[in-house]
Design a protein around this ligand. Structure first.
Ligand code: GLA
Length: 380
């Protein structure tokens, strides 16, 4: 394994183990997680791997095989979470959050490599945090449950990396189940695996990576989140999760300005779509959920306004070429869409999306199939 060679070259010793954490696709339930609602993500068959070894001092050295990810060395005792910048904020953030909670974290040498494309909306940052969290959990003998690690890795992203995300990505990476999506209740963090049954139905899920830039440390994501929290205060509910569909069409319409109303409408209808998708998966299989995926995209585009020209073009082209449903996945403003596609139509869908991007003058997209994979685990 190349990772082992790189580890030995950089740190002059063998790692004590290698831990792998998957990226994720969110099947449906977007911008619902920080509103304490529902989502239906799955872990994908693309991983970030962390090789790690304990040190005898309290120094941490992190390095990555990815170009542009410069190695970083810090003394844990002196590290100031506010001052850590760049990619290292994710792995170091995990260690600092653990220490902040009173856990004993040793010095470590860590080398990572990743197959999860960065900036594609497939949670490369959560995969990175979760691979490191598993490594330190085991090497330091912390004995924390996957659910506890969801909270810790999320805090690392929120507090150290400065991305105000919900628990969606970390939950998918740490609680995923092979060939299943996970119905997440983002209030309780309860996670129920629902078999996807894609193979039996002759279906596949394609990722349509638009390669359009996306980042959640800048304004758009935080602004939507703040808009939702303000609306919940105006409506006097703990979170938008608590608003019923009747209240949406009733008092919410009178109390909210038009822009806030549309944010809220997205969240309330999206929560309902998640539950409907889960029920349909169980009763009728994955071939029945396409229209809900496409309706989710329309709501994100028109009401929540987090789509972009590239995502809309990818969704339209996929639907035109035979996809049963398609939608942006993840935070939006770029990144990836997904399409639910009969296997025989997969090539035509990929070609149609690529051709549409050429006509529009967009960068060439990257289209590939993903499978629902198991949760983060020890590899070696
Ligand atoms: C990003 C965040 C998640 C979630 C999605 C939108 O992926 O990291 O917490 O809010 O956006 O559903």
């Amino acid at each position: 394994m190349e990772l082992l060679t790189r580890f030995a070259q950089r740190f002059g010793a063998e790692p004590e183990g290698v831990w792998a954490a998957p990226g994720r696709v969110n099947l449906i339930g977007e911008h619902t997680d920080y509103n304490e609602g529902f989502a239906l993500p799955f872990a994908i068959d693309r991983h970030t791997r962390a090789a790690a070894r304990r040190r005898t001092d309290d120094t941490v050295r992190v390095a990555s095989s990815a170009a542009g990810f410069a190695p970083v060395e810090i003394a844990l005792d002196e590290a100031d979470p506010e001052k850590i910048e760049g990619w290292a904020a994710y792995p170091l953030g995990v260690l600092l959050v653990l220490r902040g909670l009173g856990h004993r974290v040793p010095g470590l040498d860590i080398m990572v490599e990743s197959e999860v494309p960065v900036g594609a909306g497939l949670s490369s940052s959560a995969a990175l945090c979760c691979s490191v969290a598993l490594a330190v959990n085991e090497l330091a003998g912390l004995g924390l449950s996957p659910q506890a690690l969801v909270e810790i890795t999320r805090q690392a992203e929120n507090q150290v990396a400065g991305a105000p995300t919900g628990p969606l990505d970390q939950s998918a990476s740490l609680l995923g189940v092979r060939d299943a999506a996970v119905l997440l209740d983002c209030r309780t963090l309860a996670a129920e695996p629902l078999p996807l049954g894609l193979d039996a139905a002759g279906l596949t899920i394609l990722v349509l990576d638009t390669r359009a830039e996306h980042a959640h440390c800048d304004g758009g994501y935080a602004a939507r989140r703040a808009g939702c929290e303000q609306a919940a205060r105006t409506l006097g509910v703990p979170a938008l999760r608590d608003l019923t569909e009747d209240e949406l069409t009733g008092r919410a319409r009178h109390l909210l300005d038009p822009r806030s109303y549309r944010l809220v409408r997205h969240v309330v209808t999206e929560n309902a779509r998640v539950l409907e998708t889960a029920a349909l998966l169980e009763s009728s299989g994955p071939g029945a959920i396409g229209p809900l995926l496409t309706a989710s995209h329309a709501s994100l585009r028109d009401d929540f306004q987090v789509s972009c020209a590239e995502l809309d073009a990818a969704v339209e082209a996929a639907l035109g070429a035979g996809a049963l449903g398609a939608r942006m996945t993840g935070g939006g403003f770029g990144g990836s869409a997904i399409a639910l596609v009969p296997v025989p139509a997969a090539e035509a869908v990929a070609e149609a999306v690529t051709a549409r991007f050429a006509v529009e003058g967009f960068a060439e997209p990257s289209v590939f199939a993903v499978r629902a994979d198991e949760a983060a685990h020890r590899l070696l």
